[in-house]
Design a protein around this ligand. Structure first.
Ligand code: GTP
Ligand code: SPV
Ligand code: MN
Length: 588
């Protein structure tokens, strides 16, 4: 069969033909998703030095990719939502008129694949037989993208079969161009279900199934169809009796999702187990009975490397010792990957391949990443491929905040929970270019990823209360509180299970809590501190609410949401007013 016959959908054939004419590739290759194809690409990329083979005794089937030094993170200022109607994109997005955006992009794509192979990657986001899954096709000139998509999604013939049957799929066009930051744009066309990305080979900018499709485009589809596409991990927590509860947690980029999703219970918590469903994205649907269920649209992890070690995240540490693509880490003399806080080995080369000198800074880029199939995770859940997903008992929001936000608190009801999500603030991290450590509002951890106007997004969240009485409870956590010396007050990582246990106890209505204006906080004795050596004053600080500071916080949230004007739902403004009144009363 020739390519035309294999892609037997007129719309798909036309698109491929148009892209071919525009980009002028040397060769066209339709990916079948096989292991042999993966291995061939790996071999070719070693020849072109796009990949370096790592020490095969200690890191079998592992490779290092070094990206262009100017292309190491997402570029929020170059990412656009090109809705037909500007107001649909909202103040939370950069917007460009779709016609203008297409002509700008097509100029860049003109002849961009000359002397290159054009890869066609059919992919499925979600279990291949799930009614909740959605497909797409990414066209790219980057073999690095192909091998990453192979690990991160389900690519190849089965996805193509589903596309030919459903006739609806997201069209993603990608070229690395010249990797010139001045010719780099990530454009989304939600009304057309299409994406055009040029000039970057970095994960979130180039693996179009991930943030571009599964969040920006999918969030818009979800709004129109009554579901949610969220920047959330999904995890199952098994108690010593064998009961498993599932929760979904939204934390901003590089704020602990991967770590929480594969936590190993500390020794002092015998009998508890953690099962990973997903570490970055959740698609949430109400089933026929009104229960909220989640699937993970992805099939692999694109995780932050620095900080991963035996103590912080042993599952990830073990998992990335085989079948892993590393991007932008350092190297040891023995050709082993090295990163900050690996706690073993000595780096000799930095992430750009230069001789490593401590005085020049880090060996691994702070946003260096691993790509690995979820199947390699020791805590991979047997329900991760279940077409019907898993029932969600709690939604947990979080952020990276040195001050103010307690370790954990619970929303009083759904509306209040939506307000808490809308008010998330977090310190910026290396996952995006720009200044780090700046506190910014990041509603539902979706600021860089919501494909439409936040005001409409909040209305959509609120609408779920009218659809079902079985909604999950909503919580907020903060693992990142510091004392005045800059030390973390909470040990975090595996010890976070203690907080998850409180959350589950609350969901099961096993314990009561202290009511405060910002929500329900744990009674000190209800968080199991057995085996932890934390000064009482730290615990008091972690579980306290400074009402004066909170009044300032709520007013700043109020100012933020009012930037979204007339479209902000009344339900959210009411929450703001109620809280402002309550806090003004109690803080005077
Ligand atoms: P994205 O992949 O960018 O969406 O990030 P993520 O939310 O999955 O974050 P990840 O789990 O990779 O953690 C990011 C950084 O935070 C890593 O350097 C971790 O070591 C660190 N981290 C994660 N959990 C904790 C915690 O509980 N406490 C502290 N102090 N640091 C943490
Ligand atoms: C994030 O930045 O939230 C990530 C990495 O998960 S990326 O895929 O680049 O978006
Ligand atoms: Mn993420």
């Amino acid at each position: 069969m020739n390519l035309h016959q294999k892609l037997s959908l007129p719309d798909l054939q036309n698109w491929i033909e148009n892209v071919t004419k525009l980009t002028q590739p040397n060769k066209i290759y339709l990916c079948d998703g096989s292991e042999a194809e993966y291995q061939n690409l790996i071999n070719e990329m070693q020849e072109t030095e796009d990949l370096i083979k790592l020490n095969s005794d200690k890191y079998p089937n592992c490779y290092l990719h070094r990206s262009d030094p100017s292309d190491v993170a997402r570029v929020e200022h170059l990412t656009y939502i090109c809705s037909n109607n500007k107001d649909d994109a909202g103040p939370n997005n950069n917007w460009m008129d779709p016609k203008e955006a297409h002509s700008k992009m097509d100029l860049l794509f003109k002849n961009s694949m000359k002397n290159r192979t054009m890869y066609i990657i059919p992919y499925c986001m979600g279990p291949i037989d799930s009614p909740y899954s959605r497909c797409g096709i990414e066209i790219t000139d980057s073999p690095y993208v192909v091998i990453n998509m192979k690990l991160m999604t389900r690519i190849g013939q089965s996805a193509l079969n589903r596309i030919l049957k459903e006739k609806e799929y997201v069209k993603g066009l990608h070229s690395i161009g010249k990797l010139d930051p001045n010719e780099r744009f990530i454009m989304h066309f939600p009304d057309e279900l299409s994406i055009k990305s040029f000039g970057s080979g970095y994960g979130g900018n180039a693996l179009l199934g991930k943030k571009c499709h599964a969040l920006r485009i999918a969030s818009w589809q979800a709004k129109n169809e009554g579901w949610l596409a969220e920047h959330m991990l999904i995890v199952g927590i098994e108690d010593p009796k064998g009961n498993i509860k599932y929760i979904a947690c939204a934390f901003p980029s590089a704020c602990g999702k991967t770590n929480l999703a594969m936590l190993i219970p500390p020794k002092s918590q015998p009998g508890w187990k953690i099962w990973t469903l997903g570490d970055d994205i959740a698609w949430l649907h109400l089933d026929d009975s009104g229960e909220m269920r989640a699937i993970n649209p992805e099939a692999g992890y694109f995780g932050v490397v620095p900080g991963t070690n035996e103590r912080t995240n042993k599952n990830a540490f073990d998992m990335i010792h085989k079948d892993t693509i590393y991007t932008n880490v350092g190297l040891t003399e023995d050709n082993e990957p090295w990163w900050e806080n690996k706690n073993t080995g000595i780096p000799t080369k930095d992430w750009q391949g230069n001789i490593y000198k401590a005085e020049n800074g880090v060996a691994a880029h702070p946003n260096s990443r691993f790509t690995v199939s979820a199947k390699n995770n020791p805590s991979y859940s047997s329900l991760a491929e279940a077409p019907e997903g898993v029932p969600i008992s709690a939604i947990v929001f979080g952020g990276r905040r040195k001050k103010l936000a307690p370790l954990v608190y619970e929303a009083k009801n759904w509306k209040h929970g939506v307000f808490i999500g809308a008010g998330i603030a977090s310190e910026t991290t290396a996952a995006a270019t720009g200044k780090k450590g700046i506190l910014r509002r990041d509603p539902m951890a979706m600021l860089p990823f919501c494909g439409y106007n936040f005001a409409d997004y909040w209305s959509h969240w609120l609408s779920f209360e009218r659809k079902t009485e079985k909604l999950p409870k909503i919580f907020h956590v903060n693992w990142f509180r510091q004392n005045d010396k800059g030390m973390f007050l909470w040990p975090g990582f595996n010890e976070n299970l203690r907080v998850l246990r409180w959350i589950i106890d609350r969901c099961e209505e096993k314990i009561d809590a202290q009511e405060t204006p910002i929500g329900f906080l744990p009674h000190r004795d209800d968080i199991d501190m057995n085996g932890l050596d934390i000064p009482n004053k730290n615990i008091d600080e972690l579980l306290s609410v400074d009402e004066k500071e909170w009044l300032n916080e709520i007013q700043s949230i109020g100012e933020y949401i009012q930037n979204f004007g007339q479209r902000v739902p009344k339900g959210l403004l009411d929450q703001f007013k109620k809280l402002e009144i309550e806090l003004s009363k109690s803080s005077t």
